[in-house]
Write a new protein. Sequence first.
Length: 466
Amino acid sequence: MPSSSRADAFVFFGATGDLAYGKIFPALAALVRDRQLDMPIVGVARSPMSIEEFRKRARSSLEAKGPVDERAWQALCRLLRYLSGDYRDPDTFRRLRRELGEASHPLHYLAIPPSMFETVLHGLAQAGCTEGASVIVEKPFGRDLESAQELNRTLHAHFPESSVFRIDHYLGKEAVQNLLYFRFANSFVEPLWNRTHIASVQITMAEAFGVKDRGAFYDGVGAIRDVVQNHLLQVVSLLAMDAPIGSDAESMRSEKLRLFRAMRPLDPSHVVRGQFDGYRDVHGVAPHSEVETFVALRLQIETWRWAGVPFYIRAGKCLPVTATEVFVDLKTPPMAVFDPVSGARSNYFRFQLGPEVIVSIGARAKKPGDAMVGEGVELVATCCPDNGGRGAYDRLIGDALRGDSSLFTRDDTVEAAWRVVDPALHDDRPVLPYEPGSWGPSAAAKIVADGEPWHDPHPRAGGATK
């Protein structure tokens, strides 16, 4: 399906799973409410279930989020269909083709484990359900470079790249959208946004909780695969990319690809992996697991704009707060005309991506009195809840239905990101223990060069939960 084609039916596999319950049903209801979705919605899963039971599960999903918009609910009910069947049975897909009726541009959402992608894609193709269609696939997009390349070959055997939407909900978050907008909608930012004025960039994604009941899943993933290769490298691309030549999807994605290709593959000596005490006691976790629940790393970008500017990334579970923040540290003035500014960052940009959306600029101002002595002040450009805009899944599913691929990751970009992190995935050094509630292993401090400390997220984020 060309990227400009609009879908005329929505099919989601794994319709009785956790992702459908927690994210997809609420997103569909929001799209129906906003009059962006008026087409057959077909849920497909293995569980035998009547349409009444399926609607009851959808209703429960919406009630878990808060008060239900009854008008939107009734409209959603009229659109919902349900089809149960084994993904290995060709008859499942023949029945799906009949259920789609006259639809010629269905959008298929694979909310299923990646191990089932090939089976479902083959079934769709055999039943004629891929003609004129498009497909959404959930991360992870592979486990390493080799598996990502194999996944792309599987997808391309049935769909052209223009019809593939790799969904990373992080790119649909209001805060991430604000980061991109702030950079390219303000002319005063560009003169400062380079190696001449920026000393370093730090990105912290902290979670105050552990892996909860997802021990078995997390033990097969780890922090690098879970959030660095996708979410946080995407944030780096938005921070460091040059302005695209146009506002269309391919211009944006091509500029991001250029930036990813300029990232130097990680040096394992610039990576610290940690594991919080008690992780191995979590149900589903291997007794001698060496999977990291914390990672800190130094990334280099070899472009004219960024050569020599270190990008530091830190992410982990059981840290002191739940917050995601970008701290862009500007260089100090070449000489101190008034009071020295030792030990304090005098100028910076701060982007908090959660739990609040905050864009602020750090500066110094004179304290009242006779002496020419200053103090740090923060000029807040915007501050609002992270849920102040549309939900990430609402936005992304709506874009895919319209054929807009701007916020989706292209095949070559996925592979470029895996090339960056692959060396760290093969690091056989043991993980370092750290106490829950701390900022990870003490060795993480050595990742930051020249004795510069990590910038912990703003105190107002303290105590927040995901």
